[in-house]
Design a protein around this ligand. Structure first.
Ligand code: G3P
Ligand code: CA
Length: 300
């Protein structure tokens, strides 16, 4: 594949028993919102496998997508970057060092940045052995390969544009691949795709190029700034560490770029206690390396 420069175009006794049992966090949040009169039945948060089920398989590989599917996880998150020759690949770091054997295969190519390697060179790398010998031979997938695998499992994709400052025009490139692979049709756009970034400019660009696509901004903007973000994004996706119920309520008080309630997916929540805490805040999504742990904790 090549660089793409073309625009792209979530009985009475029985009743007593229910009342006595503690509510799950998601149900508690729903109940609290109902009591506050903030309206609308709250759904349980969706669970998103962060970089695939990366607690169990090497992050951002097809094996991690497969593991997420095996765990019954509806959503998969990934990180997209661009090679020297314009291919879109799925990898978190801007360097290949941590998650591949690039230092062995190309010892003279420090600092081993993704942008300095061709797609053919990256395809030679092992992206699984660092995680465990049973994953030796796993490759860095292209975006095309990744979406094929997500589609095969009938999963949904939370696509993160990683380091867009390093890759001018990557938003158009991503949208072109998604269009070519059938991911910008009505069904995908309405139900199965969200594009997010830490870069507000990148999120805004996606919204302008493909207004139908649901978007998310990664971060925790001041509450006073949220209306400006809501003009071009449908989600505010904060780190869970400093998240509060009040912040989630402030997000929910606004309408996003498509006129629906602004949402909050929080990351990266890997233990049961944290999952219960954020579910109690009423978040719409929980992004986790361990989807089974979150599912068991939150009861969704
Ligand atoms: O999807 C949220 C999360 O992936 C953002 O942080 O560094 O893991 O890409 P990071
Ligand atoms: Ca990410």
């Amino acid at each position: 594949m090549h660089a793409r420069a073309v625009a792209a175009s979530t009985t009475a006794l029985a009743g007593v028993v229910v009342l006595l049992l503690p509510l799950s966090p998601a149900r508690a949040a729903e109940s609290a919102r109902a009591a506050e009169g903030t309206g609308g039945a709250a759904a349980a948060p969706v669970i998103v496998a962060h970089r695939g089920a990366s607690g169990y398989a090497p992050e951002n590989t097809l094996a991690a997508v497969d593991k997420a599917a095996a765990l019954g996880t509806e959503w998969v998150e990934n990180d997209v970057q661009r090679t020297k020759d314009g291919e879109l690949v799925v990898l978190h770091d801007d360097s290949l060092v941590r998650t591949t054997d690039v230092e062995e295969v190309f010892p003279d190519r420090a600092p081993w940045k993704v942008k300095d390697f061709t797609a053919a060179e990256i395809a030679r790398l092992d992206a699984g052995n660092w995680f465990g010998p049973e994953y030796a031979g796993a490759r860095v997938p292209t975006l095309e390969q990744f979406v094929h695998r997500v589609d095969r499992h009938r999963q949904k994709l939370l696509l993160e544009i990683k380091n867009p400052q390093l890759y001018p025009g990557i938003e158009r490139d991503i949208l072109k691949v998604l269009a070519d692979e059938g991911w910008l049709d009505r069904r995908h756009v309405r139900q199965r795709l969200i594009v997010q970034s830490f870069s507000a400019d990148s999120v805004r660009t996606v919204h302008e190029l493909a207004p139908a696509v649901k978007t998310g901004f990664l971060g925790t903007p001041p509450v006073a700034d949220l209306p400006a973000y809501a003009a071009f994004t449908d989600q505010i996706n904060p780190s869970h560490g400093s998240l509060t119920a009040d912040y989630v309520s402030a997000v929910h008080a606004l309408k996003g770029a498509h006129g629906k309630r602004l949402e909050a997916f929080t990351w990266t929540v890997n233990d049961a206690a944290a999952a219960r805490r954020v579910a109690g805040f009423g978040v719409d999504g929980i992004i986790t390396n361990n989807p089974d742990v979150v599912r068991d904790a939150v009861g969704c």
